[in-house]
Design a protein. Sequence first.
Length: 516
Amino acid sequence: MDMHTVVVGTSGTTAQDVIAVARGNARVELSAAAVSALAAAREVIDALAAKPEPVYGVSTGFGALASRHISPDLRARLQRNIVRSHAAGMGPRVEREVVRALMFLRLKTVASGHTGVRPEIAQTMADVLNAGITPVVHEYGSLGCSGDLAPLSHCALTLMGEGDAEGPDGTVRPAGELLAAHGITPVELREKEGLALLNGTDGMLGMLVMAIADLQNLYTSADITAALSLEALLGTDRVLAPELHAIRPHPGQGASADNMLRVLAGSGLTGHHQDDAPRVQDAYSVRCAPQVAGAGRDTLAHARLVADRELAAAVDNPVVLADGRVESNGNFHGAPVAYVLDFLAIVAADLGSITERRTDRLLDKNRSHGLPPFLADDAGVDSGLMIAQYTQAALVSEMKRLAVPASADSIPSSAMQEDHVSMGWSAARKLRTAVENLARIVAVELYAATRAIELRAAQGLTPAPASLAAVEALRAAGVEGPGPDRFLSPDLAAADAFVRAGKLVAAVEPVTGTLA
């Protein structure tokens, strides 16, 4: 277990901290400032709870039931009941890293001092994370408004020692047993605390943060594979010249073109497009690679800006303000996060689409400029990579379906009190699938392009040093090169793992320098 420690304070957190906790099992500690802020906000809530006037979430019901004033003797039951009743998720279990991100981000908001939760509740949240206990959270149950209600409720249920959770050994057991095994006392919720544990956009934000990190790697990887394909197709690198991209000054476009140019430095394959079969220009999927990938990069930059703002936010309703007021608000609405989640699914689909078109070009003897059909060893006897492109095409088609926005939909809930919702959780769930598919699509292009480059080398042409580094690293990872037909699925799976782990980028950067 990674013993790196993330300190949770009062001013938000960083994407790096979210990933460290979610994926790296980093320990979590509350800062002294957070403990003080928690205590101060709790004093405000306790004072309001003692007054006869109803205050939403403190002494009233919830949602469409907010008009009922709850007497003091029923308020602990009220807070327990909101957790139990809202833990209504269904469907497959959500991934461990998503649940850890969700729990950590809820703790981040709780620690801000704007929720009125007692310090001991926050400490228990940290203890559960540090013990490696992961609540069982289900796929369906959030509309992305009033927070990720059902997912967060399943996490709060674990804090109460109820429901099921997964232990650090991966075994699912009753949450009460797991808490006892790690010396953690279940919480007894008081006024507002049940509501405060549920009312945030933490699930969709956690998935956004992780998707951004994954897509950054995939965009750099796709620049590399685009360069490899350009090289294998004997294309020209003149279209990557900085002065061409300076006159259309989108930052992402310039970064992608620069990445490709550095990968192709020293190549003996580029520029042959006028030799045997004259071409005035390369096809769009090759020539416009920086424009398409670059637009995606700029979208990624916008998504990162939104994520950073959300990481600095305290999302709850009502909130305790610095002047001691407790105010209802609509900050739990997931629209800002939902929009960028959908936007990322769109650009990921388009990157997958242009990537597949380059792969198809490598395999077609009529368009590959001297490569064998399907990069086969003995075409006709061997099918080569014919069906690898089928698999890639199926993934691209799935990506297009996943690009349909979830945030354009809304469905009323809670007896029309919550009559417009973001569907941000749904946007996040489909983006995770899109990111996984994009990695596979890039891996197929890598597999085809490296084979094509080796075939070009056998023709007496000299690949770029960075291309050779990519080929050598992929072969060292157990992915075989040209030859007779063999069981292809293991090679494609290994190429996928190679790309997903960032090993393609790591393989070429010693030659190219750090890529964007």
